[in-house]
Design a binder for this molecule. Structure first.
Ligand SMILES: CC(C)(COP(=O)(O)OP(=O)(O)OC[C@H]1O[C@@H](n2cnc3c(N)ncnc32)[C@H](O)[C@@H]1OP(=O)(O)O)[C@@H](O)C(=O)NCCC(=O)NCCS
Length: 194
């Protein structure tokens, strides 16, 4: 009997991909809103405590793409958008902090976690920040976001501060932790420059 054909790669190993979107089509917008709703319902950060409704979410993401200081990154699992993160550049009047950008609103839908997408998203945002010439990437997290905290610390983010009243979720006050990472040029960039 002939050997069974090998399973297609996406079944054995899901295809992971992170990209920066400058525009969003209806399918991606729908998937991004689904992912956001699921992450909010699971209690995972991103500002909202309750899903704001599909219309508000769609308007929000369309608005994000219009903000000059903001870049939207999405994570795909087998082609479907399942998470995102923002790179936020300092406003133009902030000359004194023109070297530092911020990573915000990073999340992966509960149904797509554990595939390494948050790590890929974070590294993708860092690479883009380097490409734009930023030397520092700042971020902040709720104390309850333990997986994220471990991830950021493993990537070299250093905790420099704490806010005792960072967020309120269902009446409970939650601390926030502030992190920064100095963005060193990647080895290949160093080699290119020499
Ligand atoms: C934090 C979050 C983004 C991680 O997403 P993810 O795609 O599952 O993360 P990854 O698969 O890239 O895993 C990152 C690391 O965390 C570990 N990890 C993932 N889920 C875990 C879990 N439930 N328990 C323990 N460790 C876990 C992974 O093993 C991995 O470690 P490694 O890179 O050393 O192997 C996701 O859980 C989430 O959206 N949480 C709610 C929102 C949030 O916390 N956002 C970040 C702060 S703004």
């Amino acid at each position: 009997m002939a050997d069974a054909p090998p399973l297609p790669d996406p079944i054995t190993r899901p295809e992971r991909f992170v990209e920066r979107l400058e525009a969003i089509n209806e399918d991606d917008l729908h998937a991004l809103c689904e992912a956001t709703d699921a992450a909010i319902l699971e209690g995972g950060g991103f500002g909202w405590v309750n899903p704001p409704g599909r219309r508000a979410l769609e308007a929000y993401y369309r608005g994000v793409l219009l903000v000059p200081e903001r870049e939207l990154f999405v994570a795909r699992l087998n082609g479907t958008v399942v998470g995102s993160a923002h790179l936020v550049r300092p406003p133009r009047n902030n000359e004194a902090q023109a070297f530092a950008a911020q990573l915000m609103h990073s999340f992966v839908a509960p149904y797509a976690r554990g595939h390494g997408l948050a790590r890929l998203l974070t590294v993708g945002v860092e690479d883009r920040a380097r490409e734009l010439g930023y030397h520092v990437l700042n971020l902040d997290v709720r104390e309850t976001q333990e997986v994220a905290i471990r991830l950021y610390e493993s990537l070299g983010y250093v905790r420099w501060g704490e806010h005792p009243e960072y967020a309120q979720v269902r009446g409970k006050v939650i601390r926030g932790f502030y992190y920064a990472k100095r963005l060193r040029p990647r080895r290949s960039q160093t080699a290119d420059a020499s």
